[in-house]
Unconditional design. Structure first.
Length: 334
């Protein structure tokens, strides 16, 4: 056998002996292993207004100008009622007002004449007092008639239902020709240009939102940054949760979108899957000059990430930790 082949064979036979007593492991720098502790809670995008618009008068519906799914702007006409009866009521109120004003004009003239006759002593002071009373009563009647005109005008205006805000029609109960009474539901309008994110948070972690510097909404593999608007101090007794409201700071999903609100509680933590337990103590294994070093982690809890408190270039053992003991020789591969 040629000498070079004999040397190669010898190396192959001796290599397992060279690794006797060494534990095969893999390592990464601590800086590449750290993670951020996140909290998540269910959330959905809620409009500021979701209004069920009802009739304010009793009448027959004469026209509907908006359909389900249609976008409308504030002030757009949505539907109309037959206003014939309400126009007649307005005409009657205006006629009563005109009559009251005519009567007062006559009473004013009589009062003026009575005061002149009183100066000439042709009438008594009681007669003047009667004329003054008539004027006062007619003033009150004019005020009543003016109120009646305002009410009739307002009822006539209620025969035209307009959009109170920019939104989308999502339900329609009104039908042309149908009679509705005061308070009958007509349509549902959902606001689309003003909305907030509503979230239900576990009560024990809700306060961490106040100091969080990075909050976002995740839904269908998309995310949007958030700002905390309000955190309710009230805890739901049954669900042990608190409500929070957020605004979108850069772009926003559609109203009604569901997902999760996510925020960082702590940064730069050692993940729980790299924590080992030896002799009842939780810690992490590192490569200490070719030997295993077990570093206890005070305050560590099983299943939770923890602050390592080690230099960022420390080589953390990621694989091969199962039977590893402090001081074991290492065969490191990366």
């Amino acid at each position: 056998m040629r000498p070079e082949r004999m040397i190669l064979l010898a190396i192959c036979l001796l290599s397992p002996l060279l690794a006797v007593g060494q534990v095969a492991v893999k390592t990464v720098p601590l800086s590449g292993a750290l993670v951020d502790l996140e909290r998540r809670a269910p959330a959905d995008v809620q409009p500021l207004n979701n209004a069920l618009i009802s009739a304010e008068v009793s009448a027959v519906i004469s026209a509907v100008h908006a359909q389900i799914g249609q976008e409308v702007a504030e002030g757009d006409l949505l539907l109309e009622f037959d206003s014939s009866d309400y126009r007649l009521n307005l005409d009657l109120a205006e006629a009563n007002l005109a009559s009251a004003r005519a009567q007062k004009a006559q009473a004013d003239t009589k009062l003026q004449r009575a005061r002149q006759l009183l100066d000439d002593r042709y009438v008594s002071p009681d007669t003047v007092l009667d004329r003054e009373t008539d004027v006062t009563v007619l003033k009150a009647q004019i005020q009543v008639a003016q109120v009646a005109v305002s009410i009739a005008n307002r009822n006539l205006e209620k025969c035209r239902v307009t959009a109170p805000f920019n939104g989308v029609l999502t339900e329609r109960m009104a039908q042309v020709g149908g009679f509705v009474s005061n308070g009958s539901p007509l349509i549902r309008l959902v606001q689309i240009d003003q909305f907030e994110l509503d979230a239900e948070l576990p009560a024990n972690v809700a306060d961490s939102l106040v100091s969080a510097d990075d909050i976002w909404f995740e839904s269908r593999n998309q995310s949007w940054p958030l700002a905390l608007l309000r955190l309710s101090p009230v805890i739901d007794k049954e669900r042990r949760s608190r409500r929070a409201r957020f605004s979108f700071t850069a772009g926003a999903p559609s109203v009604g979108r569901s997902g999760e609100v996510v925020w960082h509680v702590e940064r730069g933590l050692l993940p729980s899957n790299l924590i080992s337990q030896r002799a009842g103590v939780l810690g992490v294994f590192i490569n200490d000059g070719g030997k295993a070093g077990f570093i206890p982690l005070p305050g560590a809890q099983e299943g939770r990430p923890v602050e390592a408190g080690l230099p960022l270039d420390t080589q953390i053992i990621t694989l091969g930790r199962e039977r590893l003991q402090h001081g074991d020789a290492l065969n490191v591969s990366r």
